[in-house]
Write a protein that binds this ligand. Structure first.
Ligand code: KG4
Ligand code: ZN
Length: 312
């Protein structure tokens, strides 16, 4: 049973083929990062146009790498929400047309459940129930997932997503998009941390206050004619951004007594987050699952995996 997955919801054009055991036969990703870098963020129109240009070559390469032909595909899955409307539409229409032409089922996949499925793709021994923290450029959500991968949202962000805060702070610091990897690269976590902000709303995540606090701090320092200490600001921001995630996840782990935790989405590539959450899970006796680094960001293998798991 072969599933062909398609992902075009933001700035990656990706097509993957996986089997029923979550074996990845191919997972081709063309990133448009370089194109969008000159604008400091993703430009929706440009993203959609590039998906149109990329999608056929990406399909050819995915088939070639898997050594398969189209008539061997049993189902087609594509991200149909959420995402940049024009960008999502390219993958959705392409996927539906392909499924139609091949006379196979089309599976509509929620991008967020794709990230969730990246945990199963990376860990064959993962079996919910679990808590799942999704941390990406657009979302910061804690889910409770039952054994059938049915899930309910426990809490989400009141304003910005954590990845978005990384990107916006990076932009003000003159670091290239996407900012998350750059901030974690410059952050010197050995420095003494004086949290820029440590008060957050009680029942949800919140990142706009932290973002504003960092931007104000940078502006004040500049006004005073002081040099910006990049490793220090990055470290402080990263500390505050990650601490909030840790606090909230700890609260819900204790409240629900669930002993399995998954963390997924682009920000789950952050090494400081990975290190800190590993320490916390050891302390709480919780088994931690993370995606393989190459499956943290947007990719089509996770979309195909969500279809195989039937996450709805
Ligand atoms: O999941 P993803 O690829 O796309 C969305 O669905 O949004 O996540 C992209 C986000 C960006 O905000 C990017 O800055 C962030 O993930 N990111 C990171 C790291 N790598 C990517 N944030 C912090 N540390 C990283 N190492
Ligand atoms: Zn994503």
């Amino acid at each position: 049973m072969l599933t062909l997955g398609i992902e075009t919801s933001c700035d990656e054009t990706s097509i993957a083929i996986i089997d029923e055991n979550f074996g990845i036969l191919s997972n081709v990703i063309i990133s448009q990062i370089e194109i969008h870098q000159m604008y400091g963020g993703v430009v929706p129109e440009i993203a959609a146009r590039n998906h149109i240009e990329n999608i056929l070559p990406v399909l050819d390469e995915a088939l070639h790498k898997a050594n398969l032909s189209l008539d061997q595909i049993d189902q087609v899955a594509a991200t149909t929400e959420p995402g940049l409307p024009g960008a999502v539409m390219v993958g959705r229409v392409f996927g539906k047309s392909l499924a139609n032409a091949l006379n196979v089922p089309f599976v509509s996949v929620n991008h967020l459940y794709g990230h969730m499925a990246s945990l199963r793709l990376s860990n064959s021994n993962l079996q919910p129930p679990m808590l799942c923290l999704l941390v990406s450029g657009g979302h910061t959500i804690l889910y409770q997932v039952n054994q059938n991968w049915e899930n309910k949202m426990l809490c989400t962000t009141a304003d910005d997503a954590v990845g978005e805060a990384f990107d916006k702070v990076a932009r003000v610091l003159g670091l290239a998009y996407p900012g998350g990897p750059k901030i974690s690269q410059y952050a010197n976590m050995e420095l003494p941390i004086v949290p820029i902000l440590n008060k957050f709303p009680k029942n949800c995540f919140s990142y706009s206050g932290l973002k504003t606090a960092v931007l104000n701090y940078i502006n004040h320092e500049k006004q005073k004619g002081n040099q910006i200490n990049l490793p220090e600001i990055c470290a402080n921001f990263q500390y505050c951004a990650v601490s909030q995630l840790l606090t909230k996840v700890r609260e819900y782990l204790q409240q629900t007594q669930i002993k399995t935790l998954g963390i997924c989405g682009g920000v789950s590539a952050n090494q400081y987050l990975r290190d800190q959450i590993t320490v916390m899970c050891k302390e709480l006796g919780v088994q931690l699952f993370l995606p393989r680094p190459e499956l943290c960001g947007d990719n089509a293998a996770m979309i195909a995996a969500a279809a195989v798991l039937g996450i709805k």
